[in-house]
Write a protein that binds this ligand. Sequence first.
Ligand SMILES: NC(=O)c1ccc[n+]([C@@H]2O[C@H](COP(=O)([O-])OP(=O)(O)OC[C@H]3O[C@@H](n4cnc5c(N)ncnc54)[C@H](OP(=O)(O)O)[C@@H]3O)[C@@H](O)[C@H]2O)c1
Length: 249
Amino acid sequence: MDDTGAGPVLILGGRSEIGIELARLLAPGATVVLAARRADQLDDEVAAVKAAGATAVHTAEFDADDLASHGPLIAQIVADHGPIGTAVLAFGILGDQARAEVDAEHAVAIVHTDFVAQVSMLTHLATAMRAAGHGQLVVFSSIAGARVRRANYVYGSAKAGLDGFANGLADALHGTGVHLLLARPGFVIGRMTQGMAPAPLSITPERVATATARALAKKKRTVWVPWALGPVAFVFRLLPQFVWRRMPR
Ligand SMILES: NC(=O)c1ccc[n+]([C@@H]2O[C@H](COP(=O)([O-])OP(=O)(O)OC[C@H]3O[C@@H](n4cnc5c(N)ncnc54)[C@H](OP(=O)(O)O)[C@@H]3O)[C@@H](O)[C@H]2O)c1
């Protein structure tokens, strides 16, 4: 049971590079739960979060695509560690755009993990946090969802849907004591984008985590990482379609 008063920090996608960096920043004095597939293979992640100052680090088996498992998982974490203080939804897949354009099953798999599973988990978490009267949710949207591009429209559309859902949920939670932070990183140099040429304004998982933790502490509603992507996204929306169609991913 977490006895810090703040409630445990839950990282859903406990192997995510951004998720672990954020867990390290939120760790000092906290109970942290890393929920991931193959939860028995999280030794490095557990050690990193412990070294960052967590009071205790636990692991839990979590497959985001198994929607039926979401409710029982949250109930179990609350029963074991008390009402969740901060939940970070750090799971996601980029998928293979070229394949998804012709393979409907793959297109649906991307949207299932990056939108449907997030909607399910956010609804379970918001319900549990409302009941407790407090809690913080961290959602990772993306510049890819700001205006969907031809070059990555499957992943981009899932992020656009998630961004819209999280915006509405943030408003629904207003005044309940539960806060939702919507983080919108740009191109992150890391595992998810391995082998891809970095886009302009590229950042690292550490930088995303630092900006996200700062925005969380300030109870901000949205954060672009880097901040300059906010104005860039504004300009993106103004570009004519014949230009936009040719934009690289
Ligand atoms: N990297 C970027 O350029 C970028 C940019 C903007 C937004 N984001 C978003 O930021 C979030 C974190 O990304 P990241 O950069 O930290 O990527 P990452 O290191 O690849 O982490 C993503 C994690 O999601 C987990 N995952 C995927 N499908 C899952 C499932 N069905 N069930 C449980 N876990 C699953 C993976 O787990 P396994 O280890 O089991 O595969 C992986 O650890 C994602 O939502 C991503 O879309 C990333």
